[in-house]
Design a protein around this ligand. Structure first.
Ligand code: FES
Length: 136
């Protein structure tokens, strides 16, 4: 299952956040914190980080459409569990970037709760409008 829904900040802060984490651990879903936008989405194990971010309403630069061949969808994994670095990533990201946590979103799979930061240069547009709940 590759589903997710966006959680309003009031749900994922304080005690609500602890409750959300408990519910998600029981249902095998993970909380994905997205900075600098200060909101979170829920994703299933194995979900593609690129798809999770796009479905959250954030447009990443992606000339290749998520095929791992343009190197434009880099995000920083600040904390959490994600898949191993792929060959495609080592082609586009320097050793220094990899040490800092840069990953190609389209080559990265969710394996646990994750906190990411999306650099300005990776954004195709900034999300606007009210937060909506989605489920794929
Ligand atoms: S979208 Fe092109 S490498 Fe990720």
């Amino acid at each position: 299952m590759d589903g997710f829904f966006r959680l309003p900040n009031r749900v994922v802060r304080g005690e609500g956040r602890q409750l959300a984490k408990k519910v998600m651990s029981l249902s095998r879903l993970y909380l994905i914190d997205i900075e600098p936008f200060a909101f979170s989405v829920v994703a299933s194990p194995g979900a593609c980080l690129f798809e999770v971010v796009c479905r959250a309403g954030i447009d990443l630069l992606a000339v290749c459409g998520g095929q791992g061949i343009c190197g434009e969808c880099s995000v920083i994994v600040l904390d959490g569990q994600v898949s191993r670095i792929t060959e495609e990533e080592t082609e586009f990201l320097t050793e220094r970037h990899l040490r800092k946590g840069y990953r190609l979103a389209c080559c990265t799979r969710i394996q646990g709760p994750v906190k990411i930061y999306i650099p300005d240069r990776t954004l195709a547009s900034v999300p606007t409008g009210p937060i909506k709940m989605n489920r794929a």
